[in-house]
Design a protein around this ligand. Sequence first.
Ligand SMILES: Cc1ncc(C[n+]2csc(CCOP(=O)(O)OP(=O)(O)O)c2C)c(N)n1
Ligand code: SF4
Ligand SMILES: [Mg+2]
Length: 278
Amino acid sequence: MTEPAARRPERYTPPEGVEARKISPQLDVHTGLPSSWCPGCGHGSVSQILCDLVTELDLAEKTILALGVGCGSTIAAQMEVNTVLSPHGRASDTATGVSRMAPDRIVVQYSGDGDACGIGLAGLMHACNRRENFIVVIYNNNAYGMTGGQMGPTTTKEVPTTTFQGGRDEEVMGYPMDIIKTLEHFPGVVYAGRCALTSGVRYREASRMIRRAFEIHLAGIKGMKVIDCLGNCNVNWKGGGVTFTPESSNQFIEDQIMKYFQMGEATVPEGYPPIRVR
Ligand SMILES: Cc1ncc(C[n+]2csc(CCOP(=O)(O)OP(=O)(O)O)c2C)c(N)n1
Ligand code: SF4
Ligand SMILES: [Mg+2]
């Protein structure tokens, strides 16, 4: 690995008039580079959670990210860990290969909902069926964010997308896919659950769940650990005159999107106390 200090830039200075505050003491794994994410996007929250966790558990040398294609792929610029970038929808297959070849490493797939639940669904399901041994964190913003906010398999009825501006037409497009329900019945899935990135309280819940996935993995429990994180795509959710801010998009997740998706842990190995979510 490159020496962390060699790539780290000078401390980030926010543009004039913008107040910025460091929310985490951890800079060992975080590169400190400015991110490409839109203000208020939850991809930044996931990257901070992973940076903190990998630093606290001293896993920088052991963690390998397997990334799909989507807005989340640029997490590679935020985290000073080894990373493999896959074609769109192939992150589960990449994670399979890497985790089999390097069983002493902690392989973490980070994918969007389009990447994991659309084009990559077969790969993810087969990885679960084979009881592969890696962690999957899905950033579920109910849309194909990177390509402009098209409807995807997880998109719920009320979300205005650029392809269904009035929201999902279930008569035409079917129903939003619950990836945790889809995967939890596989015996190869040893930990599964859903969190959200809509507030400070939710951020802590998400941190605990992702940490739990790492703890289970480090305890040597072989199998897939899958976490679906609900987050916004505040710039691309729009249509029919509806637009969002970061705040209103997070509230929208709480009010509308959570109606469709059960929050909290769905599958937990014996002996682990439950993580409570609101
Ligand atoms: C094989 C292939 N098909 C389509 C694309 C175009 N593409 C790039 S990112 C993306 C969608 C990403 O959506 P998601 O995985 O939900 O991530 P998000 O950007 O929303 O976080 C698509 C369709 C591609 N790069 N490769
Ligand atoms: S386009 Fe959407 S998912 Fe991508 S960075 Fe912006 S808000 Fe986040
Ligand atoms: Mg998405």
